[in-house]
Write a protein that binds this ligand. Structure first.
Ligand code: ZN
Length: 501
């Protein structure tokens, strides 16, 4: 083994141990810790984050990396080792311009802000969250400006953090193309919506029975419970310590059957990706998804392409109906399929159908960009949010809870993240057409046998972790990088058939 690389290993082990500890604390605060724990615990989180910062930003580490960063040295490394070195250098570049005390303060702020957001949401009061949100946004802006080169767009830098190589120029064109397809399709669909009755979805579904079914369905799609657990939180999410401990949450509503089911399938998709990352990469800086878009492509592939198809539900329909025999006794499988795919403008992103979903993303993308270009203030956000919902979806949120306060992302400092969902949807559709070409995809679903699909994804996508970029993975797997046309074709074909257009 290269000597400099060998000397890096203990540093990486320490980085990873801090990472696991911090992930554990954040998991705990979202799922278990008592309401008043945050103030004190977030101080401890700040301390740990500051120590982790010192491990990354120190002369010994930088010296080793600069020695490794020559053509000759890099050639002595394996592909995985070279990817790890590159990832560490990028992390340093992203972090070192931030002074240590400011870094620590920000970590403390983030550890606190999710709780403040959740409470403000519960109280339906944006003013409770606004000062914290201002701090999060302003600090993110300041941190980004520390590392921006002259005339570099700050929002582009954030987008690049989430999805390397994707600028707002690319995304604006990407979104325009999708919008031009969705809006006319939606216009044709809406008048036909009266024919789809999904009132059964809001009957009373006891939570204990939902839990039982959701556990079943997570396992059915392939989430491995010997290396993973499910808990509950306000906003469903997935996290991991390594490939043998992957955790996700879901959220049960007694009066909404599909909410938890599709959150569970979505998060299972994230979880399966993490569980399938190779043993050689887990616990290293590249032992995670290739990018946020890559991650969302897997979750949305399982949730929508697989999870909302008739072939998927055919073998398990009796099980769902058996679990809720009273509520679903008069519902047929085809009625259920039409209901879970009904497309209509709605207020909540996470509950939105596949067709209108991207419009929710575009709204968030435009607001974030406007904020980073100093075109709007935090105080103006609720009004601008509502204005855009009226413009794109022709609805107005009746309150803050169903408007500006619905997502957790900004409180967690996730800026430039939302476009990943739309990129993920587009990638998922591209993968779908590829799988149709190379395997009896639908037949597997009808047989209740998802193993060949998962095995293929593991082999060609998951196991690489972040050693390759998303587009590199796509090119090797399918011969071309992300191409939005597959997504447009998918939506067109799906909704034309579903609504008999
Ligand atoms: Zn997701």
């Amino acid at each position: 083994m290269n000597k400099h690389y060998e000397n890096l290993l203990p540093h990486m082990e320490r980085l990873n141990a801090y990472s696991i500890a911090l992930t554990m604390l954040s998991w705990d605060s979202e799922t278990q810790s008592p309401e008043n724990s945050n103030q004190n615990t977030s101080k401890a989180i700040g301390t740990l984050a500051a120590e982790q910062y010192q491990i990354l930003i120190n002369d010994e580490m930088k010296d080793l990396l600069s020695k490794l960063n020559t053509k000759e040295e890099m050639e002595t490394l394996s592909l995985d080792q070279a990817a790890i070195v590159k990832k560490l250098m990028k992390s340093i570049e992203q972090t070192e311009a931030i002074p240590a005390d400011e870094f620590r303060e920000f970590k403390e702020l983030i550890a606190n802000s999710s709780r403040i957001w959740a409470k403000a949401k519960q109280n339906n009061n944006f003013d409770e969250f606004a000062p914290t949100l201002t701090k999060v946004l302003e600090t993110t802006k300041k941190f980004t400006s520390y590392r921006a080169k002259e005339n570099q767009d700050l929002y582009d830098l954030l987008l690049d953090d989430n999805e390397e190589g994707f600028t707002s120029e690319y995304l604006t064109a990407f979104f325009t193309k999708i919008k031009e397809h969705i809006v006319p399709l939606l216009k044709k669909i809406i008048p036909k919506n009266d024919l789809i009755d999904k009132s059964f979805n809001t009957l009373k579904f006891p939570v204990d029975k939902q839990k039982e079914f959701n556990h079943f369905i997570a396992e059915y799609v392939g989430f491995n419970f010997s290396c993973g657990v499910i808990a509950e939180s306000e906003h469903p999410f997935t996290t991991h310590f390594h490939n043998h401990d992957v955790r996700f949450t879901t959220h049960y509503y007694e009066d909404n059957l599909e909410s938890a089911i599709f959150s569970t399938i979505h998060e299972s998709g994230h979880g399966i990706y993490e569980q399938n990352i190779s043993d050689q990469l887990t616990m290293t800086p590249v032992g995670c998804g290739a990018s946020m878009g890559a991650h969302e492509s897997q979750s949305r592939f399982f949730e929508n392409i697989i999870g909302r198809s008739e072939a998927f539900w055919t073998p398990i329909w009796d099980r769902l109906r058996g679990t809720f025999s009273e509520q679903l006794s008069s519902i047929s499988l085809s009625q259920f399929i039409r209901a879970i795919n009904k497309a209509e403008p709605s207020l909540i992103r996470t509950e939105a159908d596949e067709l209108t979903y991207t419009l929710h993303i575009i709204i968030r993308y435009e607001l974030e960009r406007a904020y980073f270009h100093n075109e709007i203030t935090v105080e103006e956000l609720p009004e601008q949010w509502n204005k855009k919902y009226k413009e794109y979806l022709n609805i107005t949120p009746p309150d803050m809870k169903q408007g500006i306060l619905q997502d957790t992302h900004w409180s967690s400092g996730l800026l430039g993240y939302f476009p990943s969902y739309a990129l993920g949807s587009a990638i998922a559709a591209q993968i779908y057409y590829h799988l149709l070409d190379i395997m009896p995809f639908e037949q597997y679903l009808l047989e209740g046998n998802l193993t060949p699909i998962r095995t293929y994804l593991k082999e060609h996508f998951h196991r690489y972790g972040a050693t390759k970029t998303t587009n590199e993975i796509l090119k090797e797997m399918m011969g071309e990088p992300l191409n939005v046309d597959y997504y447009l074709r998918y939506l067109e074909e799906k909704y034309t058939k579903l609504y008999c257009l």
